[in-house]
Design a protein around this ligand. Structure first.
Ligand code: PEP
Length: 250
């Protein structure tokens, strides 16, 4: 089964955090379908988290990879390295990386190819800013981000897209779930019509997902799951969100 709920822990965590989180998560999660759940810790904790999660089939992934395989690039981590640690996916092109680390569609495209070459499923993040929303250009912006990232990577065997409005991330605000549903429909349409050789697995929503808004999001047909930042840091809340997803969708 494709990933449905992915935790993005960003720049948070420690070995102790991994243990506590797992304790809370397994105490509260009442589903069986571990393989639809993914966690992206800081890369330095991937190995430790894998051991803590042990035999459960929860997928572990990275928050970012480099755009090349090897070379004089101090501080970078490649797709083959995260694969070596047992990662199955990587978030790519998160808005924080686009904004803080100046990642362009071109760079993101190279990262998608690296992921694909190493059998790591990329989770490509796209999303409009508040200004772009106010200018009524959301549709165009998302379409351009998708085309810009995929036009030179048109034969990826698998990809997940996360629609994450920049203004919704960490703000406590979310778009109307019906609007998200239409956006996801459009994203599926754009990928399937323009890039028929790309295997689009699912379209996740990201931006201030929490236990209160989870059910109205997961009721929408085209919302295949969620990429969750802040609320995923609490193992119990993440488990309860996963329970809501399971009740509605599995
Ligand atoms: C994210 O940054 O990917 C995200 C969805 O964050 P949050 O859930 O905290 O808005």
């Amino acid at each position: 089964m494709s990933l449905c709920l992915v935790a993005n822990w960003k720049l948070n965590g420690s070995k102790e955090f991994n243990h506590q989180w797992a304790l809370e998560f397994f105490k509260n999660f009442n589903g069986q379908n571990f393989s639809s759940i993914g966690i992206a810790p800081a890369s330095i904790y991937i190995d430790h988290l894998k051991k803590v999660i042990a035999d459960k089939s929860i997928k572990i992934g990275a928050q970012n990879i480099d755009l090349v395989e090897t070379g004089p690039r101090t501080g970078e981590i490649s797709a083959s390295m995260i694969k070596d640690l047992g990662c199955e996916f990587s978030i790519i092109g998160h808005s924080e990386r686009r904004i803080l680390f100046h990642e362009t569609n071109q760079i993101i495209c190279h990262k998608l190819i690296q992921a694909n070459n190493n059998f790591v499923v990329p989770i490509l993040c796209v999303g409009e800013s508040m200004q772009e929303k106010q200018d009524n250009t959301t549709f165009k912006v998302i379409e351009q981000q998708i085309i810009g990232a995929l036009k030179d990577a048109s034969e990826l065997s698998a990809i997940i897209i996360a629609y994450e409005p920049v203004w919704a991330i960490g703000s406590g605000k979310i778009p109307n779930p019906k609007e998200i549903n239409s956006m996801h429909e459009m994203i599926k349409d754009v990928v399937q019509s323009r890039f028929p050789k790309i295997g689009l697995e699912s379209v996740l929503y990201g931006g201030s997902v929490n236990l209160e808004n989870a059910s109205c999001l997961f009721e929408q047909k085209n919302i295949d799951g969620a990429l969750i930042g802040g609320s995923s840091l609490d193992g119990k809340e993440f488990a309860l969100i996963a329970n809501v997803f399971n009740d509605l969708r599995v």
